[in-house]
Design a protein around this ligand. Sequence first.
Ligand code: AMP
Length: 278
Amino acid sequence: MKVIRNIKKIKTILSKARSEGRTIGIVPTMGALHQGHLSLIRRARHDNDLVVVSIFVNPVQFGPKEDFKKYPRDLKKDALACRKEGVDIIFYPPVKEMYPSGFRTYVEVEGLSTVLCGASRPGHFKGVATVVAKLFNIILPSRAYFGQKDAQQAIIIKKMSSDLNMPVEIKILPIVREKDGLAMSSRNVYLNKEERANAVILSQALAKAKKMFHSGKNSREVILAVSGMIKEKKGAKIDYICAVDPQGLGPVKNVKNSILLLLAVKFGKTRLIDNIII
Ligand code: AMP
C-alpha cells in the first residue's frame, strides 16, 4: 500500500493502471476511519482492481465556527486499517496541493445544496461538491463509494456527476450503526458519556417513524412524534426533522413510493445526523 500526497504522482500511477485496463474504485473520506468507512472500502475492494482511499479534511466544507481544526486526525491508525482491508493507495494530499493559492473554481448543485444541512451549514455542500469533483478528476475512478449516512451529500454527488457527465458510477451503501443503533460517525468521539447515551434516541425515533409511516400516519404526525421523543432527552437541540422525496429533496406528506426522513440534532456542541428511507 502506498501513501501518496502529490497529485501529479498519483495521476501517473493511475494512468498506467487504466492503460492496463484496470478498474479503479475511490472511497473519499476525511479520515478517522470507522466501520462505516470500512464497509465502503470492502465493497470497493470487491468491485475493483485498484482501491484508492482519499483522506482529506477539506477546509472548504467547514464553516468558520465549525470543527475544522479539532476534527480527529490519525493517519497512522487509518493507514493500518486501510492496509488490513487491502487498499492499494491512500491519497493524502496537503491542503496546498488541493487548493493552491489563486484557487477560484467551485461546484454548486443549485437547490439541493441550500436546504436541510445546507441551510444550517452555508457553503458546506459547495465545498463537498468541489472537493469530490476534484477527486474524480484526479483519480478518474470507475466507481466511487459513499454512505447513506450522509443522505443529502449522496443525492448531491449523484446529481453533480449526472449533470456534469462525469464518467463514474456512484455507489451508495447502507448506514453502519453501533450495537445500540447510533449511526457511526467520526464526530461521535466528541460526545461525553451522557450525550452518547442520549444520542441513541435518534435511531430509536427513526425506527418509530418507520412503524408510524407503515401504519398509515402522515409526515406531520410522524415528525411530531419523532421530535417529541428527541425533545425528552436533556440537552438535545433539534436542527431539523424533515420528510422529503429521496431524489429531489422536496417535501412529502404521505408515502407513495418512498420517503426519506432526515434529522439533524445537536447534543451539546456536537451536531449529529441520521436518516431512514421508508
Ligand atoms: P467522512 O469521513 O465523514 O467524510 O465520510 C466518508 C464517507 O463515509 C461518506 O461517504 C460517508 O457517508 C461515509 N460514512 C460515514 N459514516 C458512515 C456510516 N456510519 N455508515 C456508512 N457510511 C458512512
